[in-house]
Ligand binder design. Structure first.
Ligand SMILES: Nc1ncnc2c1ncn2[C@@H]1O[C@H](COP(=O)(O)OP(=O)(O)OP(=O)(O)O)[C@@H](O)[C@H]1O
Ligand SMILES: [Mg+2]
Length: 274
């Protein structure tokens, strides 16, 4: 795969139409989506909707199907059945590149920056994508990069090769690459994964800032205590199926969710709320 194509597939892009729509409008509809790998049902008849401007948590134990759902939503994996409707358009069978053009950006559970080029250039590739350009007509790509690097706290590392960053910084770089495409929908796959306790705070502040700026966010996270600070709604999956959808406090206290994480007899999840 060429650098440019990989850049596009890694960072996913966007269009600029979100600001004019009311917050309550439906942005994404996942409708009865199913994916099997061999005999295993990785995603099983999952349906939910995201309204424009929402920040929603997606939780569930290891192997629940969360990342597979992201992969389906971004064209990396084909659904066996069901539909994904984004901004009113059926994107279920679109290529990743085409989904990019519809306004979805994602980060990966395992970071994948271009290690041997500078931090600045990593983000510049995203800022040069056609839809990023479209969304920021009066701002040069370089200005976009500086703005985004400042937001994620990496401006002073702009000239370093990405390989020189710590893991936490690489995760923030990954977010910078996604943000630089000016997404309508941002999919974050475990943004706190592998971070030390001192690295979590700045990422949490960043996510809340992105929420406040109006970007719709779907956020996979195992660190429930941190997640609870970012979201007002949580969707839970287990063994491919959606098992709960509601207010965070309510979802993490549902017996089916506790059981999915801890097995029968589990008494509660560590959410830091009690
Ligand atoms: N490309 C693939 N080929 C075969 N099986 C896969 C593939 N991708 C995922 N799976 C399987 O699908 C199931 C769901 O995996 P997925 O990675 O979506 O889980 P997850 O909820 O993201 O888990 P985690 O919290 O550990 O990241 C797992 O059993 C996994 O092994
Ligand atoms: Mg995963």
């Amino acid at each position: 795969m060429g650098l440019a194509q990989e850049a596009v597939e890694n960072t996913m892009s966007n269009t600029s139409s979100s600001k004019s729509s009311p917050q309550s409008t439906m942005l994404l509809k996942v409708d009865k989506v199913t994916k099997r790998f061999g005999g295993l049902g990785a995603v099983d008849n999952v349906s939910f909707e995201l309204r424009r401007g929402e920040t929603v948590g997606l939780i569930g134990p290891n192997g629940a199907g969360k990342t597979t759902l992201f992969n389906i939503m971004t064209g990396f994996v084909r659904a066996d059945s069901g539909r994904i409707i984004f901004q009113g358009k059926d994107i279920t069978h679109e290529s990743t590149a085409s989904i990019v053009n519809n306004g979805i950006a994602r980060t990966f559970q395992i970071v994948r920056p271009f290690l041997n080029i500078p931090v600045f250039d990593n983000v510049l590739i995203a800022a040069l994508s056609p839809h990023a350009r479209n969304a920021s007509k009066n701002v040069s790509p370089s200005e976009t990069v500086r703005d985004v690097l400042s937001k994620v706290g990496l401006l002073e590392k702009a000239n370093l090769d990405a390989s020189k960053l710590t893991h936490g910084e690489q995760k923030r770089l990954e977010m910078a690459r996604a943000i630089a495409t000016k997404p309508d929908l941002l999919l974050l796959d475990e943004p706190y994964g592998g971070l030390g306790s001192n690295e979590i705070g700045p990422v949490s502040v960043l996510i809340n800032g992105l929420s406040e700026s109006g970007i719709t966010i779907l956020l996979i996270e195992h660190r429930l205590k941190e997640l609870m600070k970012n979201v007002k709604r949580v969707i839970a999956m287990d063994q491919g199926a959606l098992i709960a959808d509601g207010m965070p406090e309510q979802v993490v206290n549902e017996s089916r969710v506790i059981e999915a994480y801890l097995g029968k007899g589990g008494t509660g999840l560590a959410t830091g709320s009690k």
